[in-house]
Write a protein that binds this ligand. Sequence first.
Ligand SMILES: *[C@@H]1O[C@H](CO)[C@@H](O)[C@H](O)[C@H]1NC(C)=O
Length: 210
Amino acid sequence: MKTTQRPFFLLTLFSATLLCHLQPIPAVRTYSDHTETNVNDFIRTSCGTTLYPDLCYNSLSRYSNAVQQNPAQLARIAIAVSLSKARHMTSYVSNLTRQADYRANSRATSALHDCFSNLGDAVDEIRGSLKQMRQLGAAGAGAESFRFQMSNVQTWMSAALTDEETCTDGFEDVPEGTVKVDVCDRVTKVKKLTSNALALVNSFAANGTP
Ligand SMILES: *[C@@H]1O[C@H](CO)[C@@H](O)[C@H](O)[C@H]1NC(C)=O
């Protein structure tokens, strides 16, 4: 028994020694810095096709490690960012509806309730898009299946954008006030992120491969 374990022990020792010697090689770090620059250039260039390129770059550059130079990953992460913001906004509006005084300003209160419902729909649609992006290529990875999956994502992200738009439109007849200004400003920011994610999805769908 002891003799059969011996070669394995030596091999393990050898591997450990090899790893210890490999780790501090400075070339690895230089290479990774170089790659990060390329990834940031890739994100900036891709964001150039969106309506809000600066917001796009600022919201996505922190995920450069996950993005690499992969347009599918970039679109997927942009969707995840817009999902997170839409979810947060839904919770924010939900809190406002609980504080709203029904008698004092019924038009604002009703706009707030409608907005909560629109945002809930948007969250569902963006969540569905993210799920579809995660399954991309899983079912056989044929070109036809890729087009079908991407058209689902495009449809749902467009619907989410429309729902967010419906929220702000609902405040049109509401007299100017802090709640109206606050909600519209915040939802407009979420709308921009959704619009950017949709643009990245559209360019990936047009140029991407399964
Ligand atoms: C909504 O209210 C809950 C409970 O007070 C709080 O924990 C949460 O952070 C609020 N959400 C937002 C987005 O402000």
